[in-house]
Unconditional design. Structure first.
Length: 469
């Protein structure tokens, strides 16, 4: 069917008018949204006391969760018209507290009641005394793991210290069990309700954890057959839909040092964190998982599933977690001293891959396990990096191979001279693996070799970083 020219011109004119009206409507709605947001912020600011100082929001994080929550809290309060001064707790001084009238603290507990590493300047500074802070109103969100005896220990210690200074609570401390998805969600919902009272608004958007993504097990390799310890496996996970015919699915971005959180189907309320042993350029998330064994001899819920029950091609629910405290960051061009034991090599492997990709060879690896014959994890990778000049030095401590047990902290003590030389050249120290025994022993060896003040300075400068468990 043909259309005469006059009718065609009318149709084209009508289409242009409709398009123009649609554009005008979109602009009008956009301006209305901006106006409503500006009005809401103006109302909130009008309710704030004249001359009020910004609300101090300080965070102390070991694996990034407290930092993420602090940034989200700051965004919510900014939306409500609150001026917020966001700081890592390690940068907070007595003067900072003395100048604040209201403060929020979001802090994790590390191990059995300890403060996160990055909070050391605050613990060794302001918290060594009891300044008078009667002008300060505060609240504490404490993150922890209820399976530890000193659940939320650092948050409780911080709360008690603030009370001792004469500061007054805006509301009671809230303890969040990060090992339980349900308990954590309840605690965070309570925190946000209290924030609504502080910010004088009725409804704040609820905190939303990143969505779970469906991946699949693409490959699993037993790395330590014959070992006296529990079996260790290299796992490779690919996004669901990755196959030979359809081609690879685009990967989300992550950095060396980041974590992945996995939700086992038999225990979805208790997700587990694992260090990522690969880079996005590898095309897959690599994990290094040891099968845990309970007291009754049965395998651990998550590790048993990942290393035995889960078959190749079957689904895995996971989400990536930025671990800014263990990323290279400002240390990307420094010499690196990488120290770890067992499956802690996973987090160090991602850093070595990043350094290899950048062509940076000033790396010293100190690795410990049981026996070289069975437990030399990723040995081929390390040999290849050595041959290519990307590993300046490798020292190992296989505790069962000699007449006397030798651990990575013993290597560090024996090489104290080399350690001091590397640190004098600006090296950063990264430690990954078990908290009990290895990490505490390494910390003791470091402090014995270079002194407490130097180690504390390394922490303050971000040159001493740990991902230990």
């Amino acid at each position: 069917m043909s259309t005469d020219p006059h009718t065609l011109r009318l149709l084209l004119a009508a289409a242009l008018v409709l398009a123009y009206l649609g554009m005008c409507a979109a602009i009008w709605h956009g301006q209305r949204r901006k106006a409503r947001a500006a009005q809401a912020q103006a109302r909130a600011l009008a309710l704030a006391p004249q001359g009020a100082r910004p609300l101090l929001l300080a965070w102390a994080s070991q694996t990034g969760q407290a930092e993420a929550l602090a940034k989200h809290t700051a965004e919510l309060l900014h939306t409500a018209g609150e001026a917020v001064h966001l700081l890592p707790l390690g940068s907070v001084t007595v003067q900072t507290l003395a100048q604040a009238t209201r403060a929020l603290f979001i802090v994790s507990t590390y191990g059995e009641g300890d403060a996160p590493d990055m909070a050391a300047p605050f613990v060794n500074g302001p918290m060594t005394g009891t300044p008078a802070l009667p002008q300060l109103e505060y609240a504490v969100l404490a993150l922890g793991d209820a399976s530890y005896a000193h659940f939320c220990g650092f948050g409780r210690t911080l709360d008690a210290w603030l009370a001792a200074t004469g500061a007054r609570p805006l509301f009671e401390r809230i303890d969040a069990d990060q090992a339980s998805a349900r308990a954590s969600a309840d605690a965070l919902a309570h925190w946000q309700r209290q924030l609504g009272h502080v910010a004088r608004i009725e409804h704040l958007p609820a905190w939303q954890e990143p969505a779970w993504q469906r991946w699949t097990l693409a490959r699993r390799v037993h790395l330590n057959p014959g070992s006296a310890g529990q079996p260790v496996y290299h796992l490779e996970l690919a996004p669901a839909g990755d196959n030979a015919s359809a081609g690879p699915v685009p990967l989300p971005e992550w950095q060396a040092g980041d974590l992945v959180q996995i939700r086992p189907p038999a225990d979805p309320d208790h997700p587990r964190d694992y260090s990522i042993a690969s880079l996005p350029s590898d095309g897959r998330v690599h994990l290094l998982v040891r099968r845990q064994q309970r007291a009754d001899g049965t395998p651990g819920m998550a590790s048993g599933w990942l290393t035995s029950t889960l078959a190749e091609g079957e689904p895995v629910d996971l989400r990536l977690r930025a671990h800014t405290a263990f990323r290279l960051g400002d240390n990307a061009t420094r010499p690196l001293i990488l120290i770890g034991n067992g499956t802690g090599l996973a987090g160090l492997r991602s850093h070595l891959k990043a350094r290899a990709a950048a062509g940076q060879g000033e790396n010293w690896l100190i690795f410990g396990e049981r026996q070289a014959a069975h437990d030399w994890l990723y040995r081929d990778d390390i040999a290849r990096w050595q041959a290519a000049g990307l590993l300046a030095r490798v020292d190992t401590a296989f505790s069962r191979d000699g007449p006397r047990k030798r651990y990575v902290q013993d290597v560090l003590a024996a090489e104290a001279g080399q350690l001091r030389q590397w640190l004098a050249r600006g090296a950063a120290v990264y430690v990954c693996g078990s908290l009990q025994g290895m990490a505490t022993g390494v910390d003791t060896a470091l402090r014995h070799a270079v002194g407490h003040e130097t180690v504390d300075a390394l922490i303050a400068q971000g040159r001493y970083r740990r991902d230990v468990y």
